[in-house]
Design a protein around this ligand. Structure first.
Ligand SMILES: [Zn+2]
Length: 255
């Protein structure tokens, strides 16, 4: 393989060729000002690339990535991205998206310490240590890891909602919605975890993160949402005459 990485330039030319054939105006449009509707805060993991998993072209999503998608409120990098996205690009949605099996989150669970990364992961490590007993009631290590991956996302959405940048946007009436999502590397599906926050009041109404650790919320993927809506009419038809949510054939129906 060439030390000047010529194969990557060849791939770039092939990509430009393919894009231009499919859409002759693509690069002319790209050269105009970007107006993405979404800011994506994700993990640096090479398998989770925002545009690919969202099926969006360049220009549609503004991106910040770091190890384990942590929101540090003293990190000039993320704060600058956030400021530009909210105040100049006027994105309407900020998505914190982690992923199952995250190596960064795994690092926060082990005893070894001393790397710069451990400073980065410190808030998550502290949360894990605080709830060590709860996590260790789960039999398998991968189960503990995936649960901490989910909790980490909620924690970061809350930290985002506590930044003066987001608070000020809400206070001046700017439309801005925060989302917590998780991606399954094993199946390519995004899942909505919540919380969904669109105001200071919604943020302040949340129970503490410690309560959230103990209360499982089932992540919902787009496939599952489609399945629910596909069977909605059928379920409504089959519901009981007494209007209870049970199907008549189910033993829990009280009538
Ligand atoms: Zn990761």
């Amino acid at each position: 393989m060439s030390s000047t990485l010529e194969h990557l330039f060849d791939r770039n030319v092939a990509w430009v060729d393919g894009k231009t054939r499919a859409d002759p105006d693509f690069f002319r449009r790209m050269a105009e000002q970007q107006s993405p509707e979404y800011l994506w805060i994700g993990c640096s993991d090479s398998r989770v690339t925002a545009n690919d998993v969202l099926g969006l072209d360049p220009g549609a999503v503004f991106v910040h990535r770091n190890i384990a998608n942590i929101v540090h409120t003293s990190d000039l990098n993320i704060l600058s991205v956030l400021e530009f996205a909210i105040e100049h690009l006027k994105v309407r949605h900020v998505i914190v998206c982690g992923h199952y099996g995250c190596g960064g989150v795994h690092r926060a669970m082990i005893e070894e310490r001393g790397a710069m990364l451990d400073h980065w992961l410190q808030p998550l490590t502290m949360l894990y240590r605080k709830h060590h007993q709860h996590f260790h009631r789960m039999a398998r290590q991968d189960e503990r890891l995936d649960r901490l991956c989910e909790i980490n996302i909620e924690m970061q959405v809350r930290r985002l909602a506590a930044t003066p940048l987001v608070e000020n946007a809400w206070r001046r009436g700017q439309e801005l919605h925060l989302h917590g999502w998780i991606y399954g590397i094993h199946d390519g599906l995004l899942r909505d975890l919540g919380p969904h926050l669109s105001s200071v009041e919604e943020r302040d109404a949340l129970p503490s993160i410690d309560v959230r650790v103990l209360t499982e919320i089932e992540p919902v993927s787009g496939v599952r949402r489609h399945a629910f809506s596909a069977f909605e009419a059928l379920l409504a038809e089959a519901s009981c005459a007494c209007n209870c949510p049970s199907l008549p054939t189910r033993p829990e129906c009280p009538s």
